[in-house]
Design a protein around this ligand. Structure first.
Ligand SMILES: [Zn+2]
Length: 77
């Protein structure tokens, strides 16, 4: 249970941005979506190659908090 979803979203965003930077990406974050009282999601896209990253403060039981191709594959530029 996440009490402060904005705080958590900010933390995940920082973490995801760093992980993507490590692979050479420059992430531009899109709008955040709020679902219920504890869930927030946000998508980002690399400005160079278009690979995406998704963060979710309260994913489904089999889901992950940070995911997307930008985390797994390096930037093509
Ligand atoms: Zn990239």
């Amino acid at each position: 249970m996440v009490n402060n979803r904005l705080e958590e979203l900010r933390r995940l965003r920082r973490e995801a941005t760093e992980s993507c930077k490590f692979r050479g990406h420059s992430i531009s974050w899109g709008y955040s979506h709020f679902d219920g009282s504890s869930r927030a999601q946000q998508c980002g896209e690399c400005i160079h190659c278009g690979k995406t990253v998704v963060i979710d403060t309260n994913p489904a039981p089999n889901g992950i908090m940070v995911g997307g191709s930008a985390l797994a594959i390096g930037c093509e530029d």
